[in-house]
Ligand binder design. Structure first.
Ligand code: HAM
Length: 421
């Protein structure tokens, strides 16, 4: 019978990669707690209008990449392509905006974009998303970068990435800049792709985000928004750079850095790794001071970022260290087998992991199985050991073994002494 496979761009994640994703998640959660963030869980399926309005109707995501369909009641719904839109909606819908002066939130889960799959680019991928509402001071822009540097250091990536920053200004500087670049692109309109010809009069800044090679070439020599920022955006960006300096965080100012979503104002940033290939950004974000208002809320500034977990996991080379040691119970004969349940009971009570192979035929097959499970220690019990009142403990890494009395309580105590040797 023909097998049904996963959809293109979707994948199963198991084994070591799951351990890496969990490691990223646990480490991130630890620092979110220390920096005062609270978790929010929002729906994966939302009203399509939410994304059109927030991300922007001329962006690639909205124009080409959304998993949108009509549900059984005829409503247009979309699998979330990113988390910010849903979190802003929730911030308003739950009334959080009225209860808290500052809201610091994080969320973890799958996102969906109908992009062309390639290394590090999937149609279902996972993000760790962080959002802060209520602070315009650039100290928070720098604090976000600072917090990620702790997370990335603990994951083992210190100095293995670069941080690119830029300012995309506000509606005031953008209105002036629009005239400048419309003039520039109009003179080169022939060379632009059809999408960009359309964007030229609707949303010319989107041309900078086009993936077409010729549009990229034309955009590469254009005037830059960075050189046309209004006074208050300049002050904000300089403040951001000063805080980064105080925090000793090295960044590269990339004046041509633009983002694929329309809601950004002022600070934007991307974390880039050379070890990722073409899809080299594993973390990205920025400020969105007008989004909350545009979504029907009060005038509250916001800033955030998302870690692309699938990409970050690709950067972890070392196997993730298992925190507690793992034990395996190898038995020979029915009397020894009868010890499995009382042993497991005590191990679980003590928060220790003990595995075994049901229906084991030989000691050899059990040792092979323990090896495959990457057990740290194997406890071996047979009729002989029961007669003598002992249990053999084998250290799988070092290959040595010792005998200790066959008594579960003293065994548990002895085990901790055994690790220290
Ligand atoms: P984004 O740049 O679209 O921003 O995505 C953030 C990160 O998600 C990217 O840098 C990348 O690592 C990962 N990512 C995006 N698309 C894919 C894909 N198809 N496959 C694998 N990984 C992918 C946002 O999503 C914003 N919502 C970030 C943000 C939060 N800005 C403010 N707050």
């Amino acid at each position: 019978m023909e097998r049904i496979k996963t959809l293109r761009g979707f994948r199963d994640i198991y084994g070591e990669e799951v351990e890496k994703l969990r490691f990223i998640e646990i480490t991130s959660r630890k620092y979110f707690e220390l920096f005062g963030y609270k978790e929010i869980i929002t729906p994966i399926l939302e009203n399509t209008g939410l994304f059109i309005r927030s991300i922007g109707d001329t962006t690639d995501i909205v124009e080409k990449e959304m998993f949108t369909f009509r549900d059984l009641s005829g409503e247009s719904v979309t699998l979330r392509p990113e988390a910010t839109a849903g979190i802003v909606r929730a911030y308003l819908e739950t009334g959080m905006f009225a209860k808290e002066r500052i809201s610091k939130l994080f969320s973890i889960g799958p996102m969906f974009r109908h992009e062309r799959p390639q290394k590090g680019r999937y149609r279902e991928f996972r993000q760790i998303d962080v959002e802060v509402f209520g602070i315009d001071d650039p100290i928070i822009d720098a604090e976000l970068i600072w917090m990620t540097s702790f997370i990335l250091k603990e994951i083992g990536l210190e100095k293995k990435y670069t941080i690119e920053v830029n300012s995309v200004g506000c509606p005031v500087c953008r209105a002036n800049f629009k005239n400048i670049i419309v003039d520039y692109f109009e003179a080169k309109e022939e060379g632009l792709c059809n999408d960009c010809k359309r964007r030229l009069h609707k949303n010319p800044l989107r041309i900078f985000d086009c993936k077409n090679t010729q549009c990229k070439e034309i955009g590469a020599t254009s005037p830059m928004l960075y050189d046309n920022l209004c006074e208050s955006c300049k002050i904000h960006f300089n403040g951001f750079l000063e805080y980064l300096n105080i925090l000793k965080l090295n960044v590269i100012i990339n004046k041509r850095l633009v983002r694929g979503l329309d809601y950004y104002t002022r600070t934007v940033f991307e974390f880039i790794s050379n070890d990722l290939g073409a899809q080299n950004a594993f973390l990205a974000g920025g400020r969105y001071n007008n989004l909350v208002e545009a979504m029907g809320g009060p005038n509250v500034p916001g800033i955030g970022f998302a870690i692309g977990m699938d990409r970050l996991a690709m950067l972890i080379n070392e196997p993730v260290k298992k925190a507690p040691p793992q034990f395996f119970f190898a038995y020979l004969g029915d009397r020894a087998k009868a010890l499995i349940i009382p042993f497991m009971e005590r191990f679980i009570e003590t928060q220790l992991k003990l595995s075994y192979l049901p229906q084991a035929k030989s000691l050899k097959s059990q040792m092979r199985y323990a090896d495959a499970l990457k057990a740290d220690y194997v406890l071996i019990v047979g009729d002989d050991e029961i007669e003598k009142g002992i249990i053999v403990i084998r250290d799988m890494k070092r290959g040595n073994q010792i005998n200790i009395p066959l008594d579960i309580s003293s065994l548990i105590q002895n085990l901790s002494a055994f690790f220290e040797k």
